[in-house]
Design a protein around this ligand. Structure first.
Ligand code: CAA
Ligand code: NAD
Length: 295
């Protein structure tokens, strides 16, 4: 625990629910805002399952799981986050949406509240500019699945104060994570390297270099990756990856960040990966089978 007492989380999709889980498990009173009760009920179910797995594996005591769940509250009202010491934002990768929430909270929160974005590809500067607390805006980039992945990139933009950076870094550590410092450059460290690799895997499938399972198998067995790139894309979400690629391509004007046409076609068809039940694989069957990509 740090001097941070109360944690707010915006969005409880894949990332927001994981962030809320680790914050509550680390002892913070945590309030999560999403747009509907249906969404947060699903998120709460996912958190309960994840905590149960950790208990099953002996990584968490059952009493600590119960205490963590008691510390978690959900709301559909942004204003309910006004008393938080830090607000972690994990809504859809869309600058207009994120900035609308930041400017609303900027009016409601006290001056000490830190605003931390989990963006994958937007710059922190683009969000700091929407507030009157540019010195209190920072990036805290977690990795999926949040309860298992150790890394958090702590991102300082030109306006972030030393104090804010230090508090955000200490907060990440208090969650049991391993923070690294990263510059406010679109994609930070990991996505600058990871995103072109994932997009190249799609291009390899588009060009018929290998089938979906063979591209995955090649990178798992040939490079020792825990997941093949197409399985990882389904895990991250193809809609999110498409947005990230568009943002990084616009920022750098380098073709390696350009979203491949197949990715766009799949997103348009609603094939967003595990979250919709279908992406490169079809998850309606167990074990999942390769989806028909119309190639
Ligand atoms: N909560 C708690 N436990 C979980 C869990 C969760 N959310 N998800 C999985 N587990 C447990 C499983 O139950 C399993 O337990 P057992 O060992 O008792 O069976 C254990 O964790 C390992 O899981 P699996 O056997 O299912 O699979 P695995 O050994 O492959 O590990 C993984 C899972 C850690 C996700 C691993 O596959 C992995 O590291 N994959 C790569 C993930 C990755 O690259 N993430 C980064 C994505 S990019 C990003 O996040 C940035 C961005 O901006 C897009
Ligand atoms: P997601 O689609 O799973 O979840 C986004 C959530 O935001 C949804 O539940 C949606 O209802 C909610 N939302 C939309 N508008 C909202 C509003 N006005 N107020 C509150 N909630 C709202 O997306 P995700 O994968 O969790 O990604 C969220 C953020 O985290 C993005 O910025 C993404 O780039 C980043 N990120 C994603 C991953 C990943 O692997 N998916 C990894 C690291 C960072």
């Amino acid at each position: 625990m740090t001097d941070t007492g109360r944690v707010g989380v915006l969005g409880c999709g894949l990332m927001g629910s994981g962030i809320a889980q680790v914050a509550a498990a680390a002892g913070y009173e945590t309030i999560v805002r999403d747009v509907s009760q249906e969404i947060w009920e699903r998120a709460r179910g996912g958190i309960e399952k994840s905590l149960a797995k950790l208990v099953e594996k002996g990584k968490l005591a059952a009493t600590d799981r119960d205490a963590a769940l008691k510390r978690l509250a959900f709301t559909t009202t942004t204003g309910d986050l006004k008393d938080c010491d830090i607000v972690l934002e994990a809504v859809t990768e869309d600058l207009v949406l994120k900035n609308a929430l930041w400017s609303e909270l900027d009016r409601l929160c006290g001056p000490r509240t830190i605003f931390a974005s989990n963006t994958s590809s937007l710059t922190i500067a683009a969000m700091a500019a929407a507030t009157r607390r540019a010195d209190r805006v920072v990036g805290l980039h977690f990795f999926n699945p949040v309860p298992l992945m150790q890394l958090v990139e702590v991102v300082r933009t030109v306006t972030t104060s030393e104090e804010t950076f230090g508090r955000a870094f200490a907060f990440a550590k208090s969650l049991g994570k391993e923070p690294v410092a990263a510059k406010d450059s679109s994609g930070f460290i990991v996505n600058l390297l990871l995103v072109p690799y994932l997009l190249d895997a799609i291009r390899a499938v588009e060009r018929g270099v290998g089938s979906v399972p063979d591209v995955d198998k090649a990178m798992q067995l040939g490079c020792g990756h825990p997941m093949g790139p197409l399985t990882l894309l389904d895990f991250v979400g193809l809609d999110t990856t498409y947005r990230i690629a568009e943002i990084m391509f616009t920022e750098y004007r380098e073709t390696r960040y350009a979203p491949p046409p197949l990715l766009k076609r799949m997103v348009l068809a609603g094939m967003t990966g595990r979250k919709s039940g279908k992406g490169f694989y079809d998850y309606s069957v167990n074990p999942p089978r390769v989806a028909d990509l119309g190639l």
